[in-house]
Design a protein around this ligand. Structure first.
Ligand code: G
Ligand code: G
Ligand code: MN
Ligand code: NA
Length: 261
């Protein structure tokens, strides 16, 4: 895995393909309005089409890439592709598109991270608000003061920051308070039993309430059914994401369905 990963990065990362999953904003609930919505964005999700190893999902290689420091070149490649799409879709698509990119805490610790992000925004002339950077606490944040300063520097570019997978891993309510997030993404585990479980409903209601106090929008991930969508109706959740709308798909498929429709 390690050797193949080095080789793939040397070959200008062309084996790393970026998929896109729609992020739905303000679903419209009229009776016949299933799967309708006002706006759509996209989360960029990397896959590795390895010539030697076959098709690999990020769960199979991102942890090793983080350990080896190789998530930085891979992540830069994903960011570049995502920003190119953001430019193209906003220039020629039928709506306004925000594109979300996952950043590893390993990337956040690179000295040039702010410059890399700025360069991508400038080269593509994108409205920085349309770039969302997602950070997860799957790995512990070791240096909170430094992380906070870096996130403030990134935010000063005008991009939005999202806290990903909230409610799992090292997630702490103190991070929401300490770090400048614009969006909190509730982990998909809470969507799983949303239709029948009071706890998950209460958790999402609580997060929406907390979001109001700190000026952060809530995104619920992993929505697979109409019943799950109904369960969060009226809670003040701004974004939803999940198989109910679509799985992550190749760029061309996303464009056909959501950009040039
Ligand atoms: O798309 P999928 O469910 O297979 O993604 C699995 C995990 O991999 C998710 O937690 C997601 O955040 C992570 N992931 C996907 N793409 C990227 C990426 O470009 N960079 C990083 N750091 N993580 C990613
Ligand atoms: O950690 P992060 O939220 O970045 O990862 C998103 C992951 O969740 C992707 O791998 C994506 O394929 C997966 N995903 C997205 N929507 C759904 C869903 O509705 N159900 C399930 N089981 N997984 C989902
Ligand atoms: Mn994510
Ligand atoms: Na997530």
């Amino acid at each position: 895995l390690e050797k193949n990963m080095y080789d793939a990065i040397t070959k200008s990362c062309s084996e790393f393909e970026v998929y896109f999953q729609p992020v739905i904003s303000e679903p419209i609930d009229n009776k016949s309005g299933r799967k309708q919505y006002k706006h759509v964005g996209a989360e960029a999700l990397v896959r590795w089409n390895s010539s030697k190893l076959g098709f690999l999902s990020p769960d199979e290689f991102v942890p090793l890439a983080e350990y080896l420091g190789l998530i930085t070149p891979i992540g830069n490649h994903v960011l570049k592709k995502a920003c190119e799409c953001c430019r193209q879709w906003n220039e020629s698509g039928t709506g306004e598109y925000a594109v979300s990119v996952n950043l590893s805490v390993v990337q956040i610790m690179q000295n040039d991270i702010v410059d890399v992000i700025r360069k991508n925004i400038e080269e593509n002339h994108i409205n920085p608000r349309n770039l969302v950077l997602e950070l997860t606490e799957r790995l512990a944040i070791n240096d909170l003061a430094r992380t906070k300063q870096t996130l403030l520097d990134i935010k000063a570019l005008g991009v939005r920051l999202a806290l990903d997978d909230f409610g799992t891993g090292y997630s702490a309510l103190s991070s929401i308070r300490a770090l400048p997030f614009d969006i909190i993404k509730v982990d998909q585990n809470f969507a799983k039993d949303l239709a029948e479980d009071d706890y998950s409903q209460a958790f999402i209601r609580m997060m929406a309430e907390l979001g109001k106090a700190i000026n952060a929008e809530i995104c619920v991930e992993g929505i697979e059914t109409q019943a799950q969508l109904d369960a969060i109706k009226g809670m003040g959740v701004k974004y939803v994401q999940g198989y109910y709308y679509d799985k992550p798909m190749r760029r061309v498929a996303f464009e056909e369905k959501y950009v040039y429709n």
